[in-house]
Design a protein around this ligand. Structure first.
Ligand code: SF4
Length: 378
């Protein structure tokens, strides 16, 4: 009651009243949230939405990442993952190598494989189709989540097909979801500065729109903390909320901070914990038509991800074996969590852990701690 009174008397009290009343906040409200330094009030407002939508539950998934190749024709300034064929760190996996890795992790209990790569100059479209088919052949229940919208356009160019034709062919092969990467910041001013030549915001949105209209679901992201303005962050969220109103196809919003360390933008300061928490919280408040906000512990580190469960976040993503994109940029969030570590982090934050599937549906509510594992698990 005391906290509520303090929030109502704060500079953001009118936004709190709107949220409590279930009203949508405006773009101007969103900008005011970004301009405020009152992270406690922003977090408390986000928590109202978080608990209304997801109660006291916080989810995670058992998953693994898989990068088929980091060879890329583009040279985004924020990216250290993409390499040229001649570079020593360039790699390509065969379909058989991917199958072996996933076979191993299926035995450990994963329910999802998350696949992205660079925009490879010469791998034929058939390689991607065969990859999906081979992974689904391992276990038809395995959820194959693969490719950013940017990769889908690249495959269309390689295969001389349209973007909807590529999506339809991949779906036929067994693709279950597309990933939310490649959105960066939608502003063309920013895209020209940090990822010249990449697909436009309209193309990114149109790919997800097409996928949603085919009955598919996807996540969406925002890469923040580089050269974008606060107004451009609001514009990005506005476009995501608009598409969600139209299709209801996004399962979750996953904001990602830019890691400058080893990139061409290494002179920029890294995002602060304050900025991480406010992006998550503002995403939760503004995106009223999204069911879930994911705190990506690979970027945040598990400790801040745990705190984010009180700032609008209701999902900690997954066990995430073998992440390379943040790691190669100099990220220090860590590699791979066990299910016990995720559950402990959630429980310590006062939330109830839930193992979920790729569409954020609960598989199992973990009411009591699992016994210590007899052997390694993911
Ligand atoms: S962000 Fe993606 S498209 Fe850009 S250079 Fe890196 S791998 Fe290539």
């Amino acid at each position: 009651m005391v906290l509520e009174t303090l929030i109502r008397r704060s500079e953001l009290g009118d936004i709190y009243d709107k949220v409590v009343a279930g009203q949508r906040i405006s773009d101007a409200d969103c900008l005011r949230l970004y301009q405020s330094r009152d992270i406690t009030v922003i977090g408390a407002i986000a928590n109202v939405v978080r608990e209304r939508k997801n109660g006291n539950y916080a989810s995670y998934i058992l998953n693994r990442y898989l990068n088929y190749s980091n060879i890329c024709i583009l040279d985004c300034q924020f990216c250290e993952f993409g390499k040229k064929k001649r570079d020593a760190e360039a790699f390509e996996l065969t379909v058989d190598q991917m199958v072996e890795r996933v076979r191993h992790d299926l035995a450990l209990g994963i329910t999802e494989v998350h696949i992205v790569g660079g925009l490879h100059p010469s791998l034929p479209f058939g390689f991607y189709v065969d990859m999906i088919k081979a992974l689904k052949a391992l276990d038809s229940r395995l959820h194959v989540k693969a490719f950013t919208a940017v990769e889908i356009y690249h495959l269309a160019w390689l295969a001389k097909k349209t973007m909807p034709e590529v999506l339809a062919t991949l779906r036929e092969a067994g693709l279950d979801s597309i990933t939310g990467g490649g959105a960066e910041i939608f502003s063309q001013r920013v895209r020209d500065l940090i990822c010249k030549g990449k697909e436009t915001a309209e193309q990114w949105l149109d790919c997800h729109r097409t996928w949603h209209k085919m009955g598919g679901r996807s996540t969406c992201t925002m890469l923040y903390g580089h050269v974008e303005t606060l107004e451009e962050r609001v514009d990005h969220l506005r476009r995501l909320r608009g598409l969600q109103d139209e299709t209801h196809g996004f399962t979750a919003f996953i904001p990602l901070h830019f890691v400058p360390d080893k990139t061409q933008l290494a002179h920029l300061p890294p995002a602060s914990g304050f900025d991480d928490l406010r992006n998550l919280a503002i995403g939760r408040i503004y995106l009223d038509n999204f069911d879930h906000i994911t705190g990506y512990w690979i970027a945040l580190g598990l400790k801040l991800a745990q705190v984010s469960l009180s700032f609008g976040v209701d999902d900690l993503h997954g066990t995430i074996m073998e992440e390379h994109i943040f790691e190669m940029a100099g990220g220090t969030g860590g590699q791979q969590q066990t299910r016990e570590q995720l559950e402990r982090a959630i429980r310590e934050a006062g939330r109830i852990p839930v193992q979920r599937d790729s569409l954020y549906r609960p598989i199992k509510v973990i009411e009591t701690p699992n016994p210590a594992p007899a052997e390694a698990t993911v």
